[in-house]
Design a protein around this ligand. Structure first.
Ligand code: PEP
Length: 255
């Protein structure tokens, strides 16, 4: 049985004062982690304070990125080992904004997946799908190839540490519409089938696969009911504490 996982992704929004205020509003009102896990990916600068601030609560703090080396002359980068020491358990890797704006390619993303695993951090590997690929009916090849390269060299025994997020960039951000629940489920199913092909059915059925792209209070419940969607990655709608809290309680508040 795969436990639902809801991850908010703040990107580069908020100041530390706003971040602490937000966390105070939600940290004691979250579901039992035995039933559903709730995490917030926040800018690197806030990690240490928020990990301290949420200790003993049901909210887990996640890094939005890390580098693929533990240390060295890499100005401005963040060591996975240092994240681990802070108590970070999950890190987003290969978000479409990293791929598009910071030119991260599949080889770099694969190195980051390995670096996170070696440091004892679970990667949330994001798989993108552009509108161009969708229109050219090329989405299957594109999604499958990112899963294959992202997981290259990852052992079967390490796969239970990995979460994958199907995040079509045509659905991410303001001005875009979410994938329909059926499209989102198809993307997640495709990823699960790829894992089954690379490893086996048993591990494929254990790996959690999230959908991300304009998830909101109106669509979260339907998305979460789909067979292959084990959770969601929420950008914009996670920026407001009340909305995020209602979304993690989607069984009660979702439309
Ligand atoms: C994201 O950035 O991962 C995301 C899903 O953003 P949004 O929910 O704003 O589309």
């Amino acid at each position: 049985m795969r436990k639902p996982l809801i991850v908010g992704n703040w990107k580069m929004y908020k100041t530390i004062t706003e971040a602490v205020d937000y966390v105070d509003q939600i940290k004691d009102a979250l579901p039992d982690p035995e039933q559903e896990e709730v995490e917030l990916a926040v800018p690197t600068l806030f990690l240490e304070s928020l990990v301290e601030h949420t200790r003993g609560t049901n909210l887990k703090i996640v890094a939005e990125n890390c580098f693929y080396q533990d240390e060295g002359a890499f100005t401005g980068e963040t060591s996975p080992l240092a994240l681990r020491e802070l108590g970070i358990k999950h890190v987003i890797i290969g978000h479409s904004e990293r791929r598009r704006l910071f030119y991260e390619d599949d080889a770099t993303i694969n190195k980051k997946v390995h670096a996170a695993l070696s440091a004892g951090i679970c990667p949330i590997l994001c798989v993108d799908e552009t509108m161009k690929r969708k229109q050219e009916h090329d989405r299957i090849v594109w999604v499958v190839s990112q899963v294959i390269s992202g997981l290259q060299g990852v052992k079967e025994s390490e796969l239970s540490w990995v979460t994958i997020a199907y995040e079509p960039s045509w659905a991410i951000g303001s001005g875009n519409e979410a994938a329909t629940p059926q499209e989102a489920n198809e993307g997640c199913y495709l990823i699960r089938q790829t894992i089954a092909h690379l490893y086996n059915d048993e591990v494929a059925n254990q790996v959690r696969i999230l959908y991300g792209g304009s998830v909101n209070l109106s669509n979260i419940k339907t998305l979460m009911q789909k067979d292959d969607i084990d959770g969601v990655l929420i950008g914009r709608a996670s920026l407001d504490a009340t909305t995020f809290l209602e979304m993690v309680n989607y069984q009660r508040f979702g439309h």
